[in-house]
Design a protein around this ligand. Structure first.
Ligand code: UDP
Ligand code: MN
Length: 460
């Protein structure tokens, strides 16, 4: 057969150490494949579906759910539901890929969801290693290596597997080389699973119940973009794992531009989606994004209450944890931090007392200085927050003289001027300062007084 459709790429599997890995198909959970599309070429859409059906063990494919996101010609999709296992849903109006995928996921019945773009070719043996991981590890979210289908002649070209997903502070997804230790491991065993800070987003498998529990997608995002960062932050910060499986390979047509419109303009849509991801998941680090893309600040992003509620319900970790544990290779500009060190008054230092997250405000304290950083290490940010991990020094809720100054989540915390005269002054309530107390370790609110030694703190 010579048509593009059926002339599939045949990898030299003997050259790849994946082949000997046999999977006991009966031990794997089946999947619903979800493909959303808007105005996709019929040939590429069909190539995707045929490759799924031809290259997967039949018992592992429960169904293929196509979500036609209001393509101008309804027959692009409707003609396909004659195909065995294919179900077609259609949006009356354009919703974008996030709401379309959620619609597909809500209609799915298999225990595992596998999302694909509408212009893919699944390669031999692509599915088993994905399902093997997800079937046995409910919180693992896994992607294949994404090979390249040449956009000029639709040839299938193998891509390097030594890549993972990342980003810079403009929050645009990028492929990047593995970190040096991962590269060494990969050289020893090229079938080894790769942990990735971000998934490319279009192609992955996830346990269906886990997808629902985690909050699906942010359905207030539109059209395209930002959702891959959002789901990646969410998976990692809320206790899951993102992986790329080198033995699973799927080709994808990488296009130079989007063959569809963005109502409102692509820049504004991308900025809105990205802001929603940043505002919900990045804590104070979102300022690094705004510093890089100042125009984004002018783009309204709607309410994020529902998404914050998910973060709260799942007790997800701060972005700082993600940077330290998942993406330590990302360079974090120091821009936000004006000064860093201990905040000292005589032999006493402001001290978190060992907590790293305060869900409710609690009285701030000083403790004997130990000079070892740790709980006594503070940053003064450019905006005026006094910060340690995700907790900040903040004004009391009721403002009376002697009310306790508190520690609370930096999202809600107030800002300060920490001037050269060594007073920590409220930005919102000028004239009010932080004061130590002579016979306890509490910090309290007081009227600023240059001559009161209890109000003098030193950043060392
Ligand atoms: N898509 C969609 N609705 C939209 C935009 C995109 O259903 O409003 C589909 C699109 O047809 C494709 C997938 O979402 O199957 C991802 O989009 P695309 O391939 O353009 O993104 P890329 O791979 O270029 O990042
Ligand atoms: Mn695509």
């Amino acid at each position: 057969m010579t048509s593009i459709l059926f002339d599939f790429y045949q990898p030299n599997l003997n050259a790849v150490p994946c082949r000997p890995k046999e999977y006991d198909v009966s031990s794997l959970q089946p999947t619903s494949v979800i493909i959303t599309f808007h105005n996709e070429a019929r040939s590429t859409l069909l190539r995707t579906i045929v490759s799924v059906l031809n290259r997967s063990p039949a018992e592992l494919i429960e169904e293929i759910i196509l979500v036609d996101d209001a393509s101008p010609n309804p027959q692009d999709g409707s003609l396909l539901d004659k195909i065995h296992k294919v179900k077609v849903l259609r949006n009356d109006k354009r919703e974008g890929l996030m709401r379309s995928r959620v619609k597909g996921a809500d209609a799915a019945s298999a225990p595992i969801l596998t999302f694909l773009d509408s212009h893919c070719e699944c390669n031999t043996g692509w599915l088993e290693p994905l399902l093997n991981l997800v079937s046995h590890n409910r919180t693992h979210v896994v992607s294949p290596v994404i090979d390249v289908i040449n956009m000029d002649d639709f040839r299938y070209v193998a891509a390097s597997a030594e890549l993972r997903g990342g980003f810079e502070w403009n929050l645009v997804f990028k492929w990047e080389y593995l970190s040096p230790p991962d590269r060494r491991d990969f050289a020893k065993d090229p079938t080894r699973i790769i942990r990735t800070p971000i998934i490319a987003g279009g192609l992955f498998s996830i346990n269906r119940e886990y997808f629902n529990e985690l909050g699906k997608y942010d359905v207030q995002m539109d059209i395209w973009g930002g959702e891959n960062l959002e789901i990646s932050f969410r998976v990692w910060q809320c206790g899951g794992t993102l992986e790329i499986v080198p033995c699973s390979r799927v080709g994808h047509v990488f296009r130079k531009q989007h063959p569809y419109s963005f109502p409102g303009g692509s820049g504004a849509v991308f900025a809105k989606n990205t802001r929603r991801a940043a505002e919900v998941w990045m804590d104070g680090y979102k300022e690094l994004y705004y510093a890089k893309v100042p125009l984004a600040k002018a783009v309204p992003f709607g309410s994020i209450d529902d998404r914050m509620a998910i973060r709260e319900r799942l007790q997800c970790k701060p972005f700082k944890w993600y940077l330290k544990n998942v993406y330590p290779d990302l360079k974090v500009p120091q821009l936000m931090v004006v000064r860093q060190g201990s905040i000292q008054q005589g032999h006493r230092c402001i001290d978190t007392m060992g907590k790293s997250v305060y869900r409710t405000a609690e009285p701030a304290q000083v403790f004997q200085c130990h000079g070892a950083g740790g709980n006594q290490d503070w940053s003064l940010t450019k905006e005026g927050q006094i910060q340690h991990d995700d907790i900040c020094l903040s004004m009391p809720a009721s403002l009376f003289i002697g009310a306790p100054v508190v520690f609370q989540s930096c999202d809600q915390a107030s800002k300060w001027y920490f001037n050269k005269d060594e007073l920590i002054q409220s930005q919102d309530k000028p004239g009010f300062c932080v004061s130590a107390t002579p016979d306890s370790n509490d910090l309290v609110f007081a009227i600023c007084d240059q001559d009161d030694y209890l109000q003098k703190f030193e950043f060392d």
